[in-house]
Design a protein around this ligand. Structure first.
Ligand code: SF4
Length: 166
């Protein structure tokens, strides 16, 4: 078992965001994890079958938890229902994480898939709400510790503590 760390693929430089860009993070902690061979990455939305670029989508009046429970939908700003692709992507990400013995994930904040503390509110007006996205919720439900890209020091401390407690 490798005690692997899962990253949202866009944070490691893959241009898989809805608008075809990446969100590459460069940080000594990430370099250290890479040297120690802890890193794997996946894009839940691409894994769920969505194209890049793709229309921006937001959870409609709810959270990742309510989407997984079947009580909220995810719509694009052009009015397409993409709920099933987002759920499929979350499930594929969980399976990938479990296969690779992931203990912790660093996920892109504010994404309707990867957001762990904030997501957009569903009205496409750039306002956020304090909820998790679909993939972040599913990983958390399966005991994978979740951080965002602004919490690398905290995540590094958590991982060190985890290894010490083995
Ligand atoms: Fe990045 Fe997650 Fe969006 Fe994929 S689904 S582009 S990994 S934030």
């Amino acid at each position: 078992h490798k005690h692997t760390i899962l990253f949202s693929a866009c944070l490691l430089g893959r241009p898989v965001r809805y608008n075809g860009t990446d969100l590459l993070q460069q940080h000594p902690i990430i370099e250290q994890w890479r040297r120690q061979d802890y890193l794997i990455s996946i894009c839940p939305e691409v894994s769920g079958g969505l194209d890049t670029p793709r229309a921006a989508a937001e959870i409609q009046a709810g959270s990742g938890a309510s989407v997984l429970a079947g009580s909220s939908r995810i719509m694009t700003h052009t009015g397409s229902d993409v709920t099933e692709a987002f759920i499929a992507g979350a499930e594929k990400t969980l399976a990938f994480a479990q296969q690779h013995h992931v203990v912790m994930a660093i996920l892109t904040e504010r994404s309707p898939s990867c957001g762990s503390q904030q997501i957009y509110n569903g009205q496409f007006n750039h306002s956020t709400t304090n909820e998790r996205g679909v993939t972040a919720e599913l990983l958390q439900q399966h005991q994978i510790k979740i951080f965002n890209q602004h919490q690398l020091v905290e995540a590094h401390d958590w991982h060190q503590q985890y290894l010490r407690n083995l």
